[in-house]
Design a protein around this ligand. Structure first.
Ligand code: UDP
Length: 327
């Protein structure tokens, strides 16, 4: 029987690669697409030998062509760490806006259902806590995070417009902080930063006084939530994340305990517009998708630590790569 075909953009990234694995496992033919500006082929090289996996090296901010049918499109291409936004701000804006527009057009042409990856960043530095989907957010459009936050807000707007105007089948997931194997070691995100520092024998860098909070979701839980949302009939945005909230200072302590490092915590200035608190309200996902996270942080962190420990030593010293790119 011919398999149903799904296009996953950002396929070589952290989340995209885990989604490729999941859809292969579910029996789909997966077409992965990535321009490798922040993605890494090492995340998906185990898939290349499979007959049900194809890879296109392509920037979705330019016209996207995929031959054949598509049942689903999952748009996960985007830089996703504050360091990335600073280095490649225009690309970040383009992939969320032009890239989304191209993929919506492709979904129309293929009569495919499209799910777009939005983010808790649409809530900005939130004044409502925990964040429910009906909160509109507190975003600085011209700050360093504005290129990401506003691209994602535009992405939600254009996706909803394609649904209401064209009747396109659309889904929007608002992803909160997620961690797990295949995160980029040197992209500046807090978990790979701390684990990389532990492995290199460096002090752990806590930004600000460490009182800001985040709520960390293990990647397999996130993928399960996304899979359920795609198959559901929910068009409105849905938060997917783990509501267990923790301060960054506590998080550093947990990592020190887990990794057995005898390094200290050192304090560095808090980045501009760094949200003070973040915690998803997941009532909607619980009710509509019967979904909630299953992994405790201790369990997920252990798997992630084992992954980082297993990497060849030289990868610990790789610069965060951004393939040369013309904005
Ligand atoms: N952070 C930190 N030390 C680091 C990297 C990040 O204390 O080496 C802090 C950062 O300021 C933020 C939190 O950890 O408050 C989460 O940062 P990340 O970049 O992982 O995600 P985001 O800010 O987008 O939630």
């Amino acid at each position: 029987m011919k398999k149903e075909r799904v296009l996953i953009t950002g396929a070589a990234g952290f989340l995209g690669s885990h989604l490729c694995d999941r859809f292969i496992k579910e029996g789909y033919h997966v077409i992965g697409m990535d321009n490798l500006i922040t993605g890494d082929l090492r995340n998906i090289e185990h898939l290349f030998k499979l007959p049900d996996f194809e890879f296109y090296n392509h920037d979705v901010s330019t016209f996207v062509h995929v031959p054949g049918d598509l049942k689903y499109i999952l748009h996960f291409a985007s830089p996703a760490s504050p360091i990335d936004y600073l280095k490649i701000p225009i690309q970040t804006l383009k992939v969320g806006s032009l890239g989304t527009h191209n993929l919506l057009g492709l979904a129309m042409a293929k009569k495919a259902r499209i799910l777009v990856a939005s983010t808790s960043e649409v809530y900005g530095d939130p004044t409502v806590h925990p964040q429910t989907e009906d909160y509109w957010g507190n975003v600085n459009p011209v700050g360093p995070r504005g290129v990401y936050d506003e691209a994602k807000r535009f992405q939600e707007a254009i996706t909803m417009a394609y649904h209401t105007y064209h009747g396109l089948e659309t889904r929007i997931v608002r992803i909160f902080n997620t961690y797990g194997p295949r995160m980029r070691l040197n992209d500046g995100r807090v978990l790979p930063a701390f684990m990389g520092q532990a492995l290199r024998g460096e002090d752990l860098t806590v930004f600000g006084d460490g009182s800001q909070t985040r709520s960390f979701c293990y990647v397999d839980d996130l993928v399960e939530g996304i899979y359920r949302l795609l198959l559901s009939n929910c068009v409105d945005p849905v938060n997917i994340g783990n509501p267990k909230e923790i301060t960054i200072a506590q998080f550093a302590e947990e990592i020190i305990k887990l990794t057995g490092t005898d390094q200290k915590v050192v304090y560095k200035p808090l980045p501009v517009d760094d949200p003070k608190q973040r915690q998803p309200n997941i009532t909607k996902a619980q009710e509509i998708l019967s979904w909630e996270p299953r992994y405790d942080r201790s369990e997920g962190l252990k798997i992630t630590w084992d992954y980082f420990k297993s990497l060849p030593k030289e990868r610990l010293y790789e610069e965060a790569h951004h393939r040369d790119f013309i904005n």
